[in-house]
Design a protein around this ligand. Structure first.
Ligand code: MSP
Length: 501
């Protein structure tokens, strides 16, 4: 059985969940669901990043301990993911004991291999990024990402000898062209490495909120080096070696473009230093912009999932971010665009097909669904939709996968328009057309289930099928001709009520 290990970044607990976080998490969820349909053994990991200065400062401002603060805000991410039907297999918190074991084991190995050494570090530091910069990287003396003033730090730190990994990183990327996608991001990483890599400071003495460095009392690991290791912790690194061997390195990391260096340079190098393989796949996506700007607490333009779910529903929310925000480039979120897409694809195309078919089956077939015809012109369209959707999900292109699925829906609506079964006398021709449409709905319920986990369960029930779409198995379930006929078809309220524009 194939294994599919998919991860989201672990989210900082100083921020509340917003649609930027939800975008990555919904994508990972849909991929996990697709791979479960394929019969893969899936491990879908998400979680929260709870150490570092930002969290310590946020806790202090609120008059609570860092752990109390992390407990509260980590729970908000769990609630947000529950409200979006996110089917993670594991939710990791970096304050868990299993994570301390993994971090200390992995970095101790890198230290034993001679790749971590003591040095003094001095330079500008952005607390919001939790990162040191060189003076050349600052813009007007401010952080290049946040545009805010930086602080000057000087510390005796343990350094990871990243400079020794330049050639090994380049050969890894060259030998594995699909390790970092899309290609533009891969080129960006190669360009960065070719400029020359400097050693990086991986410990701090200025705070105690972190994972202690096993060989140096008084030092904790810098939050990023603790955080990256979460991907290893969750599959048993340091606690269950067999499990780690089974799952690593065939991972799919989904990340935003702002954290590409950590995932495509520091993380692979650190793994190499500890004697492990670099991650097999890093998929980099752009930012979700609101009115052309990145969402941030300071810009007061953050949109929470809870702001949209009441109106669009869980499925409407998920569908929008999967279909309209292509995975890769930046995308601009617009409320009007979301309404338009919902009405066109969900209320009109899918919703209308389902209600129309149920209505005509009721009037022409007494509410009992007829079987499809073996040589229907829609059979080829169904096969094409499956092939295109399957290929797109494998390349982490949910937007294209759903586009392929919706082409099938549109073709089926056109097929009904051309045949007008509602006008014809009951009989074998009408039965054939309606049986074909029911068969398409059955296939669509399976293919769209990773995006629309709720509506497809309801559609399945209305088709009179036992079980649920998620229990089906692909590719078999996409093969033409399986709707058996003779089942009661339920006519009910619209699956997706139309929204006012
Ligand atoms: N804690 C680190 C990640 C550690 S992973 C070992 C972190 N957390 S974060 O909460 O600030 O961001 C997590 C992810 O959310 C990043 O991939 C980031 O790109 C993504 N997004 C945050 N805002 C976003 C948008 N507006 N649009 C799309 N993704 C965005 O970084």
């Amino acid at each position: 059985m194939a294994r599919f290990y998919v991860t989201t970044p672990i989210y900082y607990v100083n921020d509340a969940p917003h649609i930027g976080h939800a975008y990555t998490t919904v994508t990972a969820d849909a991929l996990a669901r697709w791979h479960r349909l394929l019969g893969d053994e899936v491990w879908f990991l998400t979680g929260t990043d709870e150490h570092g200065l930002k969290v310590a400062q946020a806790a202090e401002q609120h008059g609570v301990t860092p752990l109390q603060w992390a407990d509260t805000t980590s729970e908000r991410f769990r609630e947000a993911w529950a409200s979006l039907d996110i089917s993670y297999d594991d939710f990791i918190r970096t304050t868990e004991p299993r994570h301390f074991v993994a971090v200390q084991t992995l970095l101790q190995r890198a230290y034993d291999n001679g790749d971590i050494e003591l040095d003094t570090y001095e330079g500008p530091y952005c607390v919001a990024c939790e990162a040191y910069y060189t003076e050349a990287e600052l813009i007007d003396g401010n952080c290049p990402i946040h545009g805010r003033p930086v602080e000057w730090f000087k510390e005796d730190n343990w350094f990871f000898r990243l400079s020794r990994y330049q050639d090994r990183l380049l050969s890894w990327i060259e030998a594995n062209p699909d390790a970092i996608v899309p290609e533009s991001k891969r080129n960006e990483v190669v360009g960065f490495i070719r400029q020359g890599l400097e050693d990086v400071s991986i410990t701090r003495t200025s705070l105690s909120w972190g994972v202690p460095v096993p060989w140096a009392p008084g030092h904790v690991f810098y939050v990023w080096y603790d955080a990256l290791i979460n991907y290893a912790t969750a599959i048993g690194y340091g606690t269950d070696d067999q499990r780690f061997r089974d799952w690593w390195p065939a991972v799919h990391h989904l990340i935003g473009k702002d954290i590409i260096r950590f995932h495509c340079v520091y993380w692979p190098a650190l793994l190499m230093a500890a004697g492990e393989e670099p991650p097999a796949h890093v998929h980099v996506h752009g930012f979700l912009l609101v009115g052309g700007e990145k969402m941030s607490k300071t810009a007061l333009n953050q949109i929470a999932p809870a702001d949209l779910i009441p109106q669009f529903g869980v499925d409407g929310f998920r569908y929008h971010f999967l279909r309209d925000q292509a995975f890769g480039p930046d995308g601009d979120f617009s409320y009007e665009g979301m309404v338009a897409r919902y009405n066109a694809d969900l209320a009109n195309n899918l919703g209308n097909l389902a209600s129309r078919v149920a209505t005509v089956v009721e009037t022409k077939c007494g509410g009992v669904g007829p079987r499809p015809t073996p040589d229907s012109p829609l059979a080829a369209a169904g096969a094409e939709a499956y092939d295109a959707a399957a290929a797109a999900w494998l390349r982490v292109a949910p937007s294209e996968a759903l586009d392929a699925t919706w082409r099938l829906i549109r073709e089926t609506n056109a097929y009904l328009e051309a045949n007008e079964p509602w006008k014809a006398q009951p009989g074998p021709d009408v039965d054939g057309v309606l049986g074909d449409a029911l068969e398409v709905l059955r296939i669509v319920a399976v293919l769209a289930s990773p995006a629309l986990p709720r509506a497809t369960v309801e559609l399945w029930r209305r088709l009179g099928r036992p079980g649920s779409p998620a229990e089906q198995h692909l590719p078999e379930a996409a093969a033409w001709g399986q709707y058996p006929g003779g089942l009661p078809v339920t006519k009910a309220a619209p699956l997706f009520p139309r929204l006012a524009g």
